[in-house]
Design a protein around this ligand. Structure first.
Ligand code: IPE
Ligand code: IPE
Ligand code: MG
Length: 235
């Protein structure tokens, strides 16, 4: 693959776990469980081909509205994923961080995330960004509040506020905008994910359900991306 065409940052809306399970007559949670293997495979492939950032939409702020048993199951899976994958991530030089209103996650998840972040902070490989309790609109509102505060404190001048400064107040501060956004399960919408950051992102939608999305599917998305011509409004 032409190196220039490897996206620096891939973001994925991992959708379709529930339908994957329903199609097999399994409980929805088994779909989420199966999705964990797709996550591991994508991290490995992205790391190998030199993708620098991989952002995974794992739990949206709207997902709290699901039945409490599913929410609890998802949080338990997150904990399990963090416990079971940490050594592998260290071995693969993965650096882990998270975006979203993390303060509202269960305390054990927060501790495990913090521990994983600390233990992987000096790793030199791919940065894995987990979007947890994430809402793009809340992120933008949070940024606006913090900027207003900074203006009130005299740390920022009104005239300094531009899109670059604004971006530095988002959870994704320091992370380049995604080059490629993948959504599985055929839904053609953003569902409140990286609205600001995806202004010029190439979008790829596949009908594959997330637990079925594996290395070959990722390669297909990358090939598709490689054929795109990004114009950024220019000719
Ligand atoms: C995506 O799968 C995972 C989360 C949203 C946490 P879904 O659970 O949304 O699966 P479908 O869309 O119902 O099939
Ligand atoms: C988006 O999927 C959120 C995650 C993948 C975590 P949803 O299944 O929640 O999105 P909608 O409800 O179909 O828009
Ligand atoms: Mg869904």
């Amino acid at each position: 693959m032409n190196n220039e065409k490897v996206p620096t940052h891939i973001a994925i809306i991992m959708d379709g776990n529930g339908r994957w399970a329903e199609q097999r007559g399994f409980p929805r949670l088994s779909g989420h469980q199966a999705g964990a293997d797709s996550i591991r495979e994508c991290i490995e492939v992205c790391g190998k081909i030199g993708v620098q950032y991989l952002t995974l939409y794992a739990f949206s702020s709207e997902n709290w509205k699901r039945p409490s048993a599913e929410v609890k199951g998802l949080m338990d899976l997150l904990e399990r994923f963090l416990r079971e994958s940490i050594e592998e991530m260290i071995h693969q030089e993965v650096r882990l961080c998270a975006i979203g209103r993390l303060q509202d996650l269960p305390i054990t998840c927060r501790h495990l995330l913090e521990k994983a972040r600390e233990r992987t902070a000096s790793n030199r490989g791919i940065t894995l960004v987990l979007a947890l309790n994430y809402s793009s609109r809340i992120e933008i509102v949070d940024a606006a509040r913090r900027i207003v505060q900074a203006v009130q404190d005299g740390k920022v001048d009104m005239d300094q506020i531009d899109d670059r400064l604004f971006g530095n107040y988002l959870y994704t501060q320091g992370i380049p905008d995604p080059d490629l956004l993948i959504r599985t399960s055929g839904e053609i919408r953003l569902s409140n994910f990286l609205l600001w950051q995806s202004s010029y992102t190439e979008i790829y939608v596949t009908s594959k359900l997330w637990p079925d999305f594996r290395a070959a599917d990722l390669q297909e998305a990358l090939n598709d991306y490689g054929r795109r011509r990004r114009r950024y409004g220019k000719l």
